[in-house]
Each structure stands twice: as structure tokens, then as C-alpha cells.
Design a protein around this ligand. Structure first.
Ligand SMILES: [Zn+2]
Length: 352
């Protein structure tokens, strides 16, 4: 099976044009981290990591996106760092115990937007009680269990979100910059244990990361007379990390924000929902319990055009107390990644 550790080999073997394109977008460095273990530590290291050699000489792959200046560091050894895990049954119990809360009693226990509620087949909207931004809605799933969604459910959530965006924009025409987010359970920043997504609608300019990506892609077009998003997908597909399904392009981000990042480039919320569901289905099979989905959408006034971009990331085991974002991620624009994108890709592709 392919591994991210061998990425430089795959890139170097590409046909010349693809290889050029790959290295236009990415820089890859591989190096070894060396250390010496005292004899006393060796039995423990052998037990934890399976090999003394693999610890004393660790291969590290650094990938940089040359356009956006995002950096990822891959070290397979980190995947084997011991963690204390509680059983799934404890997580299931916490989810079950929270049944009957605010979101289970939506009509009386959640606020209404001033334009009312959007009622879907499997979800309803509420107004966020403590708003991120002036227009901030919640798509509350009919199902309590945040991990219990099916394909039809996700399709309805996206439809409902889309309707909310239209209603909210009709109420305030200046608010044209939508961002849709789905934080699943507490590791992903969700404070309420009940399935829900959120939508904010900004004005004057898009939210920071999306605005930045727009600027980078515009600069890319000027410098290379080419479309950044198409080239981004093309190089991922070339190194065996992307595929197309209907109008959607699905790939493992080479500079992931955090573990197992999948990106989907699509056209609109409703036609991308099935692909998002299938990625999440693969996630659940891989044991993911907590995830973020973020959806970049073009401004509603068509003042500029952007493909729809979905980013999905695993936020780690719900029972682990250590946070997954440290100083490297928070301030250095660099993520240290344990999971191998090629292994995750196999599972994601199988899900389609
Ligand atoms: Zn509930």
C-alpha cells in the first residue's frame, strides 16, 4: 500500500507536466529525526513502538503548500503514541444521558430567528442564543444522537441550511457571505450533545480563511494563468489521493489542518451532501467520533466566484484529555499529523 512517507517518490515519477505542476503547488522535504535511547528505556520503547530502530531514526515528511503557505509534518511514529482510551460504550452513555435537552425540545427550548423557523423533513432551524455574528442560525437535527445520521438526513440538513441562508439574506441583503459549519461533539467544539449544524452570514467581506483563499487563488490565476482549485485537485489525483464522483472532486488534503482531512470541491450545497455523508460514513468506520465540517460558499451577490469547498477533519478520540491543537497549529500555520492520508483515502474511496 502507498504511504505518505514515500510521497517524494510518487511525485518524482509523475509525467513531466504533472510533476512540474505538483512542485508548483507543493514542496516536500524528507529527513530523519535521530536520537539515542538509554538501555533502561529500550524495553518500554520496544513495547510501545514495536521497534527500537524506528524510534532512533524517525522519518519525517514535511509538506508545504507553496501558494497558501500551509505546512504539515507527518511522522508515522506519532500514531503509536500511547493514549488512554475509554470504551465506546461510555461515549454512547454520555450521548444517551443528554437526551431530552434543549435541542430535543426545540419549540419551547430554542430561540426563533426573527424570520421564523425553516422546517425540513429531518431538521428544523433555531436562532443561536449567543451569536458568533449578527446572523447565526442552527440546523437542529430531528435525531438526538450526533453520530446517528443517514444519507437522507444529511441531504435534508443541507437543504434546510440552504433555505436558511436564502431567508436570512432576504431579511438582510447586505449579508451575503455564508459559512456553514458542523461541529460534531465536544472535541470539535460543540457544547450541546445533540446533532446540529450552524450557519453564519457575514457582510462586507468573507470570513478570514475564505477571504485569504480567494486572494491566493486570484494571485495564482495572475501568476500562472490557471485555476488554483482545478490544479489543486489535479495534483492530488496524480499522486493517488483524489477521485471524482458526479460533479464532486474528493481528495485528501496534502497539508491537512488536522487528522484525516478530506476536501471536496463541488458546486452547491445540495449536490455535495451525498459526498459529505459518504466521507463521514468512512470516518465512522475508522472509529472517528468527533469531527468538524466547514463549507466555503461564494458570496450570494455573485461579486466573485469560487467553487464550493468542503473541509472535513477528525478531532480525535472523545475520551482523550489532551487537545489536538498545540502551539504549532495555533500560531505556526503548521499541523503535525499522525494518520497516513493514503490509508484514510482507501477507506474513503471504498465508501463511494
Ligand atoms: Zn437531544
Amino acid at each position: 500500500m502507498k504511504t505518505i512517507i514515500n510521497l517524494p517518490k510518487y511525485a518524482d515519477k509523475l509525467p513531466i507536466n504533472k510533476k512540474k505542476l505538483f512542485y508548483r503547488l507543493y514542496s516536500v522535504q524528507d529527513d530523519f529525526g535521530l536520537l539515542k535511547l538509554p538501555e533502561e528505556m529500550k524495553p518500554w520503547v520496544k513495547k510501545k513502538f514495536g521497534s527500537i530502530k524506528a524510534v532512533e531514526k524517525q522519518k519525517i515528511i514535511r509538506i508545504d503548500n507553496n501558494i497558501t503557505c500551509e505546512t504539515a509534518l507527518f511522522n508515522e511514529l506519532r500514531a503509536n503514541v500511547p493514549i488512554n482510551m475509554k470504551s465506546d460504550s461510555e461515549v454512547k452513555k454520555i450521548i444517551k444521558d443528554q437526551e431530552g435537552g434543549f435541542f430535543c425540545n426545540l419549540d419551547s427550548q430554542t430561540a426563533n430567528d426573527v424570520f421564523g423557523r425553516i422546517i425540513g423533513d429531518k431538521s428544523k432551524t433555531a436562532s443561536n442564543i449567543a451569536k458568533y455574528d449578527a446572523l447565526h442560525g442552527i440546523v437542529v437535527f430531528d435525531k438526538h444522537n450526533p453520530l446517528g445520521f443517514k444519507e437522507k438526513d444529511v441531504s435534508d440538513y443541507f437543504k434546510t441550511a440552504n433555505k436558511w441562508i436564502k431567508e436570512a439574506n432576504a431579511m438582510d441583503k447586505k449579508r451575503v457571505y455564508p459559512y456553514v459549519l458542523w461541529n460534531c461533539l465536544w472535541r470539535a467544539g460543540s457544547s450541546i450533545v445533540h446533532g446540529h449544524m450552524q450557519i453564519i452570514l457575514g457582510k462586507e467581506r468573507h470570513y478570514g480563511e475564505i477571504e485569504r483563499l480567494k486572494r491566493f487563488s486570484e494571485g495564482y490565476k495572475i501568476a500562472f494563468k490557471s485555476n488554483y482549485f482545478e490544479d489543486l485537485y489535479s495534483v492530488h489525483e496524480a499522486v493517488g489521493l483524489g477521485f471524482k464522483k458526479n460533479e464532486n472532486k474528493i481528495f485528501m488534503n496534502l497539508t491537512p489542518r488536522k487528522e484525516k482531512e478530506v476536501m471536496i470541491i463541488g458546486s452547491d450545497l445540495e449536490s455535495v451532501s451525498s459526498a459529505v455523508y459518504k466521507v463521514l460514513k468512512a470516518y465512522l468506520k475508522l472509529g472517528v467520533q468527533s469531527f468538524n465540517v466547514g463549507i466555503y460558499l461564494s458570496p450570494l451577490d455573485n461579486s466573485w466566484n469560487f467553487p464550493l469547498v468542503v473541509r472535513i477533519v477528525d478531532r480525535g478520540n472523545l475520551n482523550v484529555k489532551t487537545g489536538d491543537f498545540g502551539g504549532l497549529e495555533v500560531f505556526a500555520g503548521t499541523s503535525v499529523i499522525a494518520s497516513d492520508p493514503y490509508k484514510v483515502f482507501e477507506k474513503v474511496k471504498k465508501s463511494f
